[in-house]
Design a protein around this ligand. Sequence first.
Ligand code: PBG
Length: 327
Amino acid sequence: MSAEFPAARPRRLRRNPVMRRMVAGTRLHPAELILPAFVKEGISDPQPVSSMPGVFQHTRDSLRKAAHEAAEAGVGGLILFGIPAVKDARGSAADDPEGILQQALRDVNAEVGDALVVMADTCLDEFTDHGHCGLLTESGEVDNDATLERYASIAVAQARAGSQMVAPSGMMDGQVGVIRAALDEAGFQDLPIMGYTAKFASAFFGPFREAAECAPQFGDRSSHQQDPAGPLGDSLREVRLDLAEGADIVMVKPAMSYLDIIRQFRDTVDVPVAAYQVSGEYAMIEAAAANGWIDRDRMIMESLLGIRRAGADLILTYWATEVARRL
Ligand code: PBG
């Protein structure tokens, strides 16, 4: 004990579980969790994703079951990714009213749309044969403005299929504004947009590309996703633009390597801040746990608490249902 501060004993508030529970400054609630889920056209059984143990490419039926489980656990939202049977250069299945994602949105929204927020990832990479998030120019670059027209059409198709929120993830300049205008024009003035606002060109997306079958066939996404070593104001610039264009929720992605950006957003903006604990973050913990190197359950909770404490109001995590049950 220090003679100088005889009364200062921080341990008093850590003494036992009831004390710690009462004074906890960071709490997780199931409603703040959003479950990302994959649905694939033309399969008869759910397919395990080898780099993400416990995650599946769903059939329409198994997706419904997973959606019910999430709803029963109190999860706040579900974000759907579709994998079509046929891909082409313009990602035609992405805005086809009978495309797999639209079918799945209708199914899930009809069954659990009252219990949780059903949303769609609004992008092209799952639907294009080249795996890029947009249309390509002749020289193979992602064409920003031509892609925006596709995004607008996809967002409207998703809204018509019952999506309660759309989430553009392609990092094209102007994507939120174009989608906002298209939704308004189509009568969906009340449908919110969650922008993937600060999204970095990240190696942590690796396992997702297996899950969503969307690895670029050549090149990478560094011409549009943010550089992890990029200008320090880059994310603030993105968030200013997204808010000006009408974003209702802004997201940081990945989460754990970008906790500073989450905090920066929380201190700057007046809308909810979401963070996406991405596939590589999931895979690292599952892989280490499978080797017996870490305490899986504690590490999952600690990772989520860290993201929450950094300032995230919402967390997208593949563990959403499991964690919601545990809370
Ligand atoms: C793009 C998209 C990606 C993720 C979500 N939306 C992949 C990418 O940008 O390459 C990654 C999610 C994850 O890694 O869990 N549609």
